[in-house]
Write a protein that binds this ligand. Sequence first.
Ligand SMILES: NC(=O)C1=CN([C@@H]2O[C@H](COP(=O)(O)OP(=O)(O)OC[C@H]3O[C@@H](n4cnc5c(N)ncnc54)[C@H](O)[C@@H]3O)[C@@H](O)[C@H]2O)[C@@H](O)CC1
Ligand SMILES: Nc1ncnc2c1ncn2[C@@H]1O[C@H](COP(=O)(O)OP(=O)(O)O)[C@@H](O)[C@H]1O
Ligand SMILES: [K+]
Length: 516
Amino acid sequence: MPHGPYPPELLTTAQMARADRLTIESGVAGMALMEKAAAAIAAAATAFLVKTAGRRVLVLCGPGNNGGDGYVAARMLRSQRFKVRVAALVPPESLRGDAREAASTWDGRVEDATSCDFTGVDLVIDALFGTGLARDIDGPAAVLIERLNAWRAETRQKIIAVDIPSGVDGTSGAIRGVAVQADSTVTFFRLKCGHLLLPGRLRCGAISCAHIGIRSTVLQQIAPQTFVNEPDAWGAALRLPSVEGHKYARGHAVVVSGGASHTGAARLAATAALRAGAGLVTLATPQDAVAVNAPALTSVMLRVADGPAGLSALLEDRRKNVVALGPALGVGEDCCALVEAALAPSPEPRAAVLDADVLTSFALAPERLKEAIANAPGPVVLTPHGGEFARLFHGQRWERTLSGAPISKLERTRDAAREVGAVIVFKGPDTVVAAPDGRASILPHATPWLATAGSGDVLTGIVAGLLAQGMEPFAAASCAVWMHAAAAEDFGPGLIADDIINHLPAAWRRLTATQS
Ligand SMILES: NC(=O)C1=CN([C@@H]2O[C@H](COP(=O)(O)OP(=O)(O)OC[C@H]3O[C@@H](n4cnc5c(N)ncnc54)[C@H](O)[C@@H]3O)[C@@H](O)[C@H]2O)[C@@H](O)CC1
Ligand SMILES: Nc1ncnc2c1ncn2[C@@H]1O[C@H](COP(=O)(O)OP(=O)(O)O)[C@@H](O)[C@H]1O
Ligand SMILES: [K+]
């Protein structure tokens, strides 16, 4: 699926409405914005129709300005001699404001959308609901959307969504009752969070973003805190090796190994930390696992560290500036005690990455983890998948506010980061990274081949490797998620965790190309 690069900021629907308002207050007519939005839709439709030699377009218009865009696009397409039908959810006379004015520019027939026929149509433009969707869709509009999706599935004809597929909540990505399955979506000014969060992203098809005359200076007032996880969002924080540098200038990461029969996960993390650019990486191993770990390591160093006392002694070397633990460490009190040793106060700053069994071990004592993080000698990054997140933060993935609005993965991650005082990487197809200060990023694309054993361990290592080089923690976590996905994309199908490590150099090449 094509993706980005997109403009860096992601907006909620309320922030987008404010961007429209600020622009209109500054003297730009709402109709001028709508004309440009409609022109972008008409251009996308024309490109599709020319490519497929299609002629017949059906524009479905809703009761607000999204419908307004639809009427204007219909007029533009008809002027290019396409055969255009318009079908509306409400009569044009009942529209208000810009939508009413837009509808008045269409002098053709307006059918009743709830009974319209899709036979013979080459392309449908979905202008039913956009960012003004305020509640679940039900009744005749829901039946229409279900009929539309069934028509698409049966005929394999295409749907272009205006701004966002109708029924997808632009802020949360939730489906409000029912939602259009689009093949492509043309949005305006900036993507909304719901374009990238699941399940919304899966309804959008290929997303493009059109400029419609809203100036980016309005963002100074809106101050968005959510970003597309692409190099534009964090590239400035990257630390590349310098000509006069040496390995200690790139940090020394420690990764803690599990016992003799559980060592592979930590080795994956340790090797990934090196590939991510840490100058040195030491695997801290219990005595009973030395014989397994030693023959399996080359560039990663090995030191014995038994239990919390052993780890504390190892970390007395102040050059060791990151510690990562969790992968295959074993769940229980021993694990909690190791974490407390790793996060114990120290005269020198030291960052930590906590993953997997660590997150499960603290599920019954989140306050204890919070306290250890509060006293830690540096930033802490937690990397839960959905199950670990739910256990540690006792949350369901989709909950609603009292008014019925869905609470998104984005908000849940942001709340958890604030609550626990750490950067949180909430993994999955739409990985969200959030910092305690409210900044957040959403990964726009990732191959599902990443869902393979050990993949998360590799991610933990990449985060550790970037932190070792002194990268700011929110940027390091976001960059790690991006590199992990970029390496996987470079490898392609058949991916296993080791391949992600081996393809990190390709991710670095892509990254340094974007930097120059
Ligand atoms: N001037 C502007 O503000 C611009 C707006 N634009 C377009 O306008 C859209 C936003 O317009 P609106 O704020 O009017 O919102 P929408 O057109 O998305 O929908 C709002 C209308 O739908 C109704 N509604 C909401 N949820 C419903 C549900 N579940 N079932 C039935 N009816 C429901 C509301 O009562 C309202 O009448 C954007 O998505 C974009 O397409 C663009 O033309 C750019 C300029
Ligand atoms: N469907 C998916 N599409 C893209 N990435 C995914 C998908 N499912 C999981 N991932 C990614 O794969 C990695 C899996 O991590 P994790 O669940 O910890 O696996 P493991 O414990 O086996 O290492 C995470 O980075 C996650 O974001
Ligand atoms: K729409």
